[in-house]
Design a protein around this ligand. Structure first.
Ligand SMILES: Cc1cc2nc3c(=O)[nH]c(=O)nc-3n(C[C@H](O)[C@H](O)[C@H](O)COP(=O)(O)OP(=O)(O)OC[C@H]3O[C@@H](n4cnc5c(N)ncnc54)[C@H](O)[C@@H]3O)c2cc1C
Length: 466
């Protein structure tokens, strides 16, 4: 650590938003401190170990069709050799119905309708199909910048405005629910136009995709980005927890750590998870009241189970999602032994199950998923070997929900910025929205400091021999 602990900017939180922000500041010659409470950056996207294997539980969202995406811009600015792989193709199955269907990329409303009506066992009138295509096409054609601005418009109101019929509503809401891993009701009552169409267009319509980072997003993407801060003259404090944000005369002056140390800077950017922020202040900055109340209301549960199978009962090499029409649940299965061929293996299948539900749901999701999987893959329960369940409390869907968001900068405290997920402006889902928040935050701060240009080429990594 430097002697003076004086910086031009400091970033709190070593997730994808924090490293995107800190690295983007550092490469603009802003002397930056990144504070991370864990030894390794990207703790929330860590892989989970089961019997010598590492389960990558996050397939990093990539909005490549939306201006190249956000984390990609940061990676390119730093010229980092991040190995990115496309996720496996997707198959769809309906519980209780035989057969699986491979999803095409449904680039247009008509392509989507063609596929869905092949999959759904319901009679559809020509009028209903025309209605679905009409409304879906409107949503798929909204320019990206405009779509992002619709993060606070309820999907129900928008569908009313379009004069959408009941089947159209059901299909559009269900498509987003599948990707979010939530029941349809959980999106229809709460999601915005942005939340619905950002999901549909990223996952199904070719505007984006999900990726696997080798060896996992923590080690392959977030750690290398965070290390750039030090490489470019800033500091990275690992295993250090921020206790207080210091404010004097209406402006930030720095932060105090739980071990008593203080670092000074006229700019403090918070990317530590919005629900952690109140603890840093004696008095909650007023702009946080409404967004944090909203986040508390929309808590949902994300549960994953990684299982090594003692017998090879899974008969597909593709990602599979199973919709259960009786419960409305959407379950995902990812064959990690296929998706991550760089993993050590002894030939046994390594499977990730993924379930999302509304917090407080009383079902036992693991037993429920195993019942569904026994029907899909006979012998599943008998084949279960070493396994690990993990629940992660998180709010990654919050930008998709209607309601106020945390603003990029504090209107009342000079130098205080909010650059983590679920901040406004909103642009994207999941890792992409977090990376956007960090990058956009860095550009805002750098512009205020008069450092809009990238640093000298000497700062950039140039491979030896070129
Ligand atoms: C179960 C689950 C599955 C997901 N799956 C996907 C997926 O498949 N694809 C995808 O793209 N996205 C996925 N996401 C979403 C994605 O993980 C998040 O959008 C993203 O990680 C948010 O990044 P962030 O940097 O804003 O926050 P975080 O990753 O939460 O980072 C905040 C960091 O701040 C640190 N911190 C907190 N308080 C302090 C303090 N006082 N001092 C110092 N440091 C502090 C924390 O340790 C943490 O590392 C998933 C999320 C969950 C929960």
């Amino acid at each position: 650590m430097g002697e003076s602990n004086e910086f031009e900017a400091m970033v709190v939180g070593g997730g994808i938003a924090g490293v995107a922000c800190a690295a983007s500041l550092a490469i603009r010659d802003v002397r930056t401190l990144l504070v991370a409470e864990t030894a390794l950056l990207g703790h929330n996207v860590r892989a989970v170990e089961v019997d010598g294997r590492r389960a990558q539980v996050q397939q990093v969202a990539w909005h490549f069709g939306w201006g190249g995406g956000h984390w990609l811009k940061v990676v390119r600015e730093h010229n980092l050799p991040v190995p990115v792989h496309f996720a496996l193709p997707i198959e769809a199955s309906m519980r209780g119905l035989p057969g699986r269907n491979r999803l095409p990329i449904m680039v247009s409303a008509s392509a989507t309708a063609d596929f869905l009506f092949r999959l759904l066992p319901v009679p559809v009138e020509p009028e209903q199909r025309r209605d679905l295509e009409r409304v879906l096409q409107v949503g798929m054609m909204i320019p990206w910048e405009e779509l992002c601005l619709l993060h606070d418009q309820p999907i129900g109101v928008w569908l009313d405005d379009q004069g959408a019929g009941e089947l159209t509503r059901m299909v559009i809401e269900l498509l987003a629910a599948v990707v979010a891993g939530l029941p349809r009701d959980a999106v229809s009552d709460t999601f915005s136009v942005f939340g619905i169409f950002c999901h549909i267009r990223t996952y199904f319509a070719g505007d984006g995709c999900f990726t696997l980072i080798e060896p996992d997003p923590q080690r392959g993407l977030i750690e290398p980005l965070g290390q750039q801060v030090e490489a470019l003259g800033g500091e990275l404090w690992r295993g250090v927890k921020v206790d207080r944000v210091l404010v004097e005369s209406g402006a930030v002056t720095g932060v105090q750590m739980t071990d008593g140390r203080v670092a000074h800077a006229p700019v403090v950017a918070l990317a530590a998870g919005n629900t952690r922020i109140p603890a840093y202040f004696d008095e909650l900055p007023p702009e946080l009241g409404a967004p944090l109340a909203k986040e508390a209301r929309f808590k949902h549960q994300q549960l994953m189970v990684a299982t090594v199978l003692d017998e090879p009962v899974v008969d597909t090499d593709e990602n599979l999602f199973i919709h259960d029409p009786t419960t409305g649940a959407n379950i995902w299965m990812i064959p990690l032994h296929k998706a991550e061929p760089w993993q050590p293996t002894d030939g046994r299948q390594f499977i990730l199950q993924w379930w999302g539900g509304v917090s407080g749901d009383t079902t036992d999701p693991v037993a429920y998923m195993d019942d569904v999987f026994e029907e899909e893959f006979p012998g599943w329960k008998r084949a279960i070997g070493p396994r690990r369940r993990f629940d992660r409390k998180h709010h990654w869907l919050n930008p998709c929900y209607v309601g106020p968001k945390v603003p990029r900068r504090s209107p009342g405290i000079r130098g205080l910025f909010y650059v983590g997920e679920s901040t406004e402006p909103v642009a994207g889902i999941a890792s992409e929205q977090a990376a956007f928040a960090g990058y956009d935050g860095a550009l805002t701060i750098a512009s205020e400091l008069g450092r809009t240009a990238l640093g000298s080429p000497a700062n950039l990594r140039v491979p030896a021999g070129i």
